[in-house]
Design a protein around this ligand. Sequence first.
Ligand code: ADP
Length: 474
Amino acid sequence: MRVLFLSSEIYPFAKTGGLADVSFSLPKALSELGVHVKSVMPLYKTVDREKFGIVPTGKRVTVSVGAGTFEFEVYRVSNAVTHYFLRNDELFGRDYLYGTPEGDYPDNDVRFGTFCWGVVKLIEEGFFRPDVVHTNDWQTALTPVLIKKRGIGVKTLQTIHNLAYQGIFPKETVERLSLGWELFHMEALEFWGKVNFLKGGIVFSDAVNTVSPTYAREITTPEFGYGLDGVLRKYSYKLFGILNGIDYDVWNPETDPHIYVNYSENTVSRKDDNKRYFLRETGLSDESKPLFIFIGRLAKQKGVDLIIDSIEELSSLPANFAFLGTGDASYNNFFNSIKGKYPNIFVEVAYDEPMSRKMYASADYLLMPSLYEPCGLNQMIAMRYGTLVVARKTGGLADTVRDVEEPGGYGFLFEEFSPQAFLRSVKRAVDFYYEKRSRFLRLRPFVMGIDFSWNASALKYMRLYENLIEGKVK
Ligand code: ADP
């Protein structure tokens, strides 16, 4: 079975979030199952070609649309998966993937739309010969539209990693990308007078999935549907939820070169050594207190407001806190403004993977108070590092964390999106740490042993591809 996997970001070449992690680790897990996967992404200026050994193949493809003529040069590197890159410096030779801190690039429709056109042409020219084209989020979602429009006989799967980002552009995009006005209606690309790439992916793909079973249900409701819940309800017969996994080679406390002391399930008490070093490095004190961490994009989605609204109360708890993240300017400003203000709160406004690894290894608890969460990787990474999770019961968090009050539970969940409910769960975790000491210590190796690898989920994707090829999903 041959799968062409399209994504706008793939770790370690380019990453702004969890999409990059998944776009690296899912194709790798699929290849291990014997699926022939090739991935394709744009060749951004920020991709270090030399470091990764990315070289030209000699193949070029030309896309002529209303906005102009664009030539892409195809590059490649092979490791566990063969990765292809489409190079056009006018479109992708920029400092960022999607936009500057001031806002999105105004020609993102042309940038990602012509990328989709380029891939479709490479399929038509026989350069790629997939059975299934697997697209991810809005950036690659025009591909299934073009495949259907041009009558190409390959199956398509559209994955939604985050429904909040849909790729919505003015109606002129129809002409800029030569999509054809016959596609500009409510049952196709049109969305309130504009063009919606992700809607196109949902309507025209043979199957659609999102990254957890709970989120797959949630997005068919107005609360989580971002205006597409009606479309998703209509197509619910081809909508699936498949939980993401994490790459167990990338995230492994036994081998992680960035953490202070390596450990396994059998030597999990060494987390305390990591904590000691981390406290020393960050100027926090008292290793007998529980250490809570937060790592993530500083965005409304991540529940940052609950942390901000609780900051005084958190600072008075017998616990330490370390926050690592960067994102929206107002949140960055807030966290910069509290730097050094509270003796028990450490703040770093940055994207820093080595630091994040030290934090996963040192912490007692990870905070994940997300407003919504399609799947979430941080909670799985944290548990792989023996860190218990305090999270809001939504999306993939509801599918991966079970509350200690439940039989077999190993985390702390709250439902209501309010600072009060959040603080209550933090306090429960603090009390648990001091008062249920032996159970707390037993849960560390327990969560490390839960299987969050891709084993089960990659198999589910493979079955879905098989069903598509056999015409069982239509
Ligand atoms: P998102 O919604 O941002 O994709 P996920 O939980 O799916 O959230 O994935 C987040 C990924 O990005 C994880 O690998 C996490 O460790 C990483 N990450 C997020 N913010 C930071 C940061 N400031 N520094 C280091 N890593 C980060």
